[in-house]
Design a protein around this ligand. Structure first.
Ligand code: ZN
Ligand code: ZN
Length: 51
């Protein structure tokens, strides 16, 4: 199956794929909303090189 159409998390600095039922990957990003941050701390392995 092709997964390349999966929407990205709507949080600007996050690179995670979003959940099917949400624009965001997690509650952390949903709380951030459109706030622009340098690094994403959502805790996903994709973003979390700096915990
Ligand atoms: Zn993230
Ligand atoms: Zn996210």
């Amino acid at each position: 199956m092709a997964d390349d159409e999966r929407p990205k998390c709507a949080q600007a600095s996050c690179t995670c794929p979003a959940d099917e039922d949400s624009k965001y990957c997690s509650a952390y990003c949903e709380g951030k909303g459109s706030t622009v941050t340098i690094d994403c701390d959502c805790g996903c392995p994709t973003c979390g090189s700096n915990i």
